[in-house]
Design a binder for this molecule. Sequence first.
Ligand SMILES: [Zn+2]
Length: 256
Amino acid sequence: MSTTKKDAPSTCEMERINWIEFREWVPAKIQTVLLPLGTLEPHGVAPNGTDILVPVAMAREIAPRVNAMVAPAVPYGFTGILDAYPGSFTIPEDAFRGYVRAVLAGLAKNKFKNIILLNGHGGGQTAVLSALAQEVGRDTGSRILVVNWWSYCSDVTLDVFGEDGGHGAENETAYVMAIDPTLVQRERYNPQMATALPPPNTWSAYPFPSTIMLYREGEGYPKFDLEKAKTYFTKVNDKIARLIQETIKKWDMAGV
Ligand SMILES: [Zn+2]
């Protein structure tokens, strides 16, 4: 039996494949890798690792559709104003930047032409990642896309829930429920746990007084509807798979 006749490797996860099989697939038949990145910080009644669990599930679900491998996640991130809560971590920005730069350079060295960062965490982390994408892309000749799913899919949030979301709010909580409903402890929820994010230059606080941060006053409170959660999971993944496919197609068309 020849492995070259199969249309997929035995696994798309980089920690589960051996070097002999990896060599057969990358870069001859697979040029794309998905890299989930997150952090550990509180999310209302969803897990502290929501920002890790979401992009890992997303990567596994999307990988076959975009003919990609999935790299092991970068779980520790640059957290910010919620790192005072129990079980949270933050990695100093320079250490995070240097570590992620080395991970990206390693993926390029392993001959992935397209490196797709599925980022689960906002705050300062998004700016670090877009700067790194430019730096490493320029240095290595690889093509790098950074996706901040919760912002990119805010239209899906409006479509499925009829209102905007937030950090640890309806959108993130729903995505986690779709992965595993037992990860969300609804019985511990109280709407008083949510605070609307302040408009720029009005107020700021450390630690932020709530672990549920609403993008818009009065919108995004979790409602724990499992059916809607499943629809949301599917629509978010579909939209992100399309973005990846279209971006690669346009890179190819442009010859970059
Ligand atoms: Zn989050």
